[in-house]
Design a binder for this molecule. Structure first.
Ligand code: GLA
Length: 773
């Protein structure tokens, strides 16, 4: 996958780097460059993402030929490493931006403390191969045909172009080359790293482990590791734990991203709750297949974070001349806590990674009929729902599962992507026309990578699924996984989807994926190439999505995997939104959405209002509570509108109209988690501030009043302190003493006093700069 360079790179700064070599610039050049840098930093002024007060300076990638030190600087971040006397790439510094004038000494390999502790393990390297007595997680491990398994990489050359640095490493003896790639984002300082290993020997070799990068942090005893764990209908639980010497392995062996743990991490230093103040290093993998991130703290308390393809069951044979590219591992640094870390990631996702990053389209309000009608879809029933959805202001109508093949339940039909003639005798066109006449666009659910045994496709091509010949084929939800690594499967699926999009006026696909792999065999491949399935499958998935987007540029896609089991920085580059969880209980959703927001932007997150009592927990909540919970993301409605009262329609209509006024701020603004869900507290508050700080939206929730206690004061953040903001209560209420208008400073320091009492209560507020229409 490619990543795009940002526009604010200052091209002049790269004059200093000579292409392809260990050359530097003269002292005179360096002085003028420094002056230029300082000038640029004062001109660029404050960074909107870092309202806490830091300023953004120019982006630069510098190489000092005397010290052999590389210095990547962007936004408020510096990332520094050097070539040491052993020709290893040694990590030096990653953190708050340092002036380029500060001297950085040449890298010197660390000595081991005893004969048991070889120096290669004590030295923190950017990318290290398994060889020479390495015991920490290797970035790459290779077996050669002659039995050798030792690989020792050394610096060979480098190249700097714009905001991109590539460095070539080579084995001490054999013609195995690894090219490391670094691309830095000017606005967030987030660095995208990957690696490509190339076999220039004259015999085939097997790559047995392949990571994108190792990120190194200095020795310290007060690190805390944050992870996002979960299960179906219970995704995105934030786990915080102190980091101790040893290794924490995060991985998915499932063939896809998985919901057990998301390929994201944050390491905080300092106080236990670091939403605003800790130094935080964070990162996420751009890969939707089996993956791993190893977080290791060594005996000296140094930390390494290594991530890429999951090493379990991995083998990738490279014939002479062939190469293997790792996934991309993205990482950044924030000096103002996990709050700032997630705002940086959100910005990067929406403005650099998302397919619509150049012209981000606000997410439309969607209706999906799944929870209302299940598999029982037909033209009359869907038309009736469409009319009701249109009456409350819905902009996109989506039919979910059940419209195709013999799909009357989850035992049959997957694989047969033709319209079921009993349910839609004249095809989908009459329904789509009806939806259009109601001024909504039309969306459709698909699950292309799966097949039921009871389907025409499986009867015709039983060899198309992942399997080991003669062995059982384990089913999950009565379905098997098609082997998308096979070129014929890829071609078939592209053909089916392309035909669907060409035949019907479809604006949106909800692309589902409802199980993980079992028996991951690829019998048609040569045995020594069969494990390439882990890479080739995902490459073909990305390939199909990319090809479909190119052929049908207007079509938007949602990534769903029985909820949030395929959300990662790879899939978000090819899809417009994700479904975080099948759990639509509005109270559970507060915690789910909170966890999700640590790694992914609210603008990517679908949130539906569904029926009460909710099917997950049997919990009953008011319609407005459900709406306010969902209005913190991209709003959808999934309730059975046939059961709504006239009052419900009126409530929904009003809240959807209000949502349309605030959605840009919610979806694209800066998110402040003012009070996070916590089992010991009944309160939850979020605030979203528009990029230009003209609008702020606040949502407050109360689980249950206890002991007559009043809602605690809520102090807003990220406003312009010196201008006045007008207050509008969208739903719920504040104490009578709240002024109609006050300064940003007032709202941030005097605060808001919600008047919430009872069970499952909620309020939503809008603050708008005075004088702004
Ligand atoms: C998965 C999805 C649901 C729905 C069903 C349909 O569970 O997460 O939203 O689409 O499949 O079968």
């Amino acid at each position: 996958m490619s990543f795009k360079s940002t526009t604010r790179t200052v091209k002049h700064l790269h004059l200093s780097k000579k292409i392809g070599g260990d050359h530097g610039m003269s002292r005179g050049w360096r002085t003028s460059l420094l002056f230029f840098l300082l000038l640029m930093s004062s001109l660029l002024g404050r960074h909107p993402l870092r309202a806490e007060g830091a300023s953004q300076a120019a982006t630069s990638i510098l190489y000092d030929a005397q010290t052999r030190v590389f210095r990547i600087s962007a936004a408020d971040v510096s990332y520094i490493f050097g070539i040491n006397e052993r020709q290893q790439l040694q990590s030096i510094y990653w953190g708050q931006r340092l002036p380029d004038s500060d001297p950085i000494a040449a890298a010197r390999a660390a000595g081991g403390s005893s004969s048991f502790d070889l120096p290669v393990n004590a030295t923190q390297q950017e990318y290290v191969a398994w060889g020479g007595g390495l015991y920490v997680t290797p970035d790459v491990k290779i077996s050669f045909a002659d039995g050798n398994r030792d690989l020792v990489l050394q610096y060979a050359s480098h190249q700097i172009v714009g905001n991109h640095l590539s460095i070539m490493l080579k084995d001490v003896q054999r013609a195995v080359f690894v090219t490391l790639s670094y691309t830095v984002d000017a606005e967030t300082g987030i660095i995208a790293r990957n690696a490509r290993v190339e076999n220039r020997t004259d015999a085939a070799l097997t790559v047995e482990e392949m990571n994108a990068a190792t990120w190194s942090l200095p020795a310290a005893t007060d690190y805390q590791l944050d992870q996002l764990t979960g299960k179906w209908a219970g995704e995105w639980n934030l786990q915080r734990q102190p980091l101790h010497p040893g290794k924490t392995m995060m991985e998915s062996r499932r063939g896809s991203t998985g919901d057990e743990i998301n390929p994201w991490f944050a390491l905080e230093r300092g106080a236990a709750q670091g939403e605003q103040s800790n130094d935080v290093w964070f990162g996420a993998l751009g890969w939707s297949g089996s993956w791993q991130i190893a977080v290791e703290q060594d005996y000296a308390h140094q930390v390494r974070i290594t991530g890429g393809y999951d090493a379990f069951d991995f083998a990738y044979r490279l014939a002479p001349g062939e190469s293997l590219q790792s996934p991309v591992f993205y990482a950044g640094f924030a000096q103002h806590g996990t709050g700032e870390a997630s705002r940086l990631l959100h910005h990067y996702e929406l403005h650099t990674l998302a397919p619509q990053h150049e012209h981000w389209r606000t997410r439309p309000v969607l209706y999906n009929s799944w929870e209302a009608t299940g598999f029982d879809v037909d033209q009359a029933g869907q038309e009736a729902l469409a009319e009701k959805a249109a009456s409350i202001g819905v902009e996109r109508f989506v039919i979910d599962d059940g419209w195709f093949g013999q799909r009357n339940n989850d035992h049959a039909g997957l694989g047969d992507w033709y319209v079921n003639p009993k349910k839609f005798p004249r095809g989908l066109k009459p329904l789509i026309d009806k939806v259009h006449s109601l001024h909504m666009d039309f969306g459709l659910w698909v699950e292309p990578e799966m097949v039921n045994a009871d389907s025409d496709l499986y009867r015709a091509h039983p060899d198309w699924v992942l399997n080991f010949p003669g062995r059982p084929r384990t089913e999950g939800r009565n379905q098997m996984v098609l082997n998308l690594a096979r070129p014929d499967v890829r071609a078939y699926l592209y053909g089916v989807l392309d035909h669907l999009l060409a035949t019907y006026d479809i604006a949106f696909l909800k692309w589902d994926y409802n199980r993980n792999w079992s028996e991951p065999g690829w019998p048609a491949a040569a045995p020594e190439d069969a494990k390439k399935v882990y890479v080739a499958y995902v490459q073909n998935l990305y390939g199909i999505l990319g090809q479909l987007r190119a052929a049908h540029p207007g079509v938007e896609v949602e990534s769903c995997s029985g909820g949030g089991a395929r959300v990662d920085l790879g899939i978000v580059q090819l899809t417009d939104e994700v479904w975080p969880s099948d759990n639509t209980d509005p109270f559970d959703r507060l915690a789910i959405q909170n966890g999700f927001s640590y790694a992914y932007a609210p603008g990517l997150m679908m949130a539906w209002v569904t029926d009460s009592p909710n099917w997950v927990n049997g919990r009953s909540t008011s319609l407005s509570y459900r709406f306010l919970s969902s209005m913190q993301g991209s709003l959808g409605i999934g309730a059975n509108l046939n059961h709504w009262s006239a009052d419900d329609f009126q409530t929904a209509k009003n809240l959807i109209a209000q949502y349309k006024q605030i959605r840009q701020t919610v979806q694209q603004g800066s998110l402040y988690r003012l009070i996070e869900p916590n089992a010991d507290s009944p309160y939850v508050v979020t605030e979203s501030v528009a990029p230009n700080r003209q609008q702020a939206v606040v949502f407050a929730f109360l689980h249950s009043s206890q002991q007559g206690l009043a809602y605690p004061p809520v102090y807003l953040r990220g406003l312009d302190p010196s201008v006045n903001y007008r207050l509008k209560v969208l739903d719920g209420s504040l104490n009578d003493s709240a002024p109609a208008s006050a300064s940003g400073a007032f709202w941030m320091h005097y605060g808001l006093h919600f008047n919430l009492r009872g069970d499952y209560q909620a309020a939503a507020l809008l603050l708008e700069k005075e004088g702004v229409q």
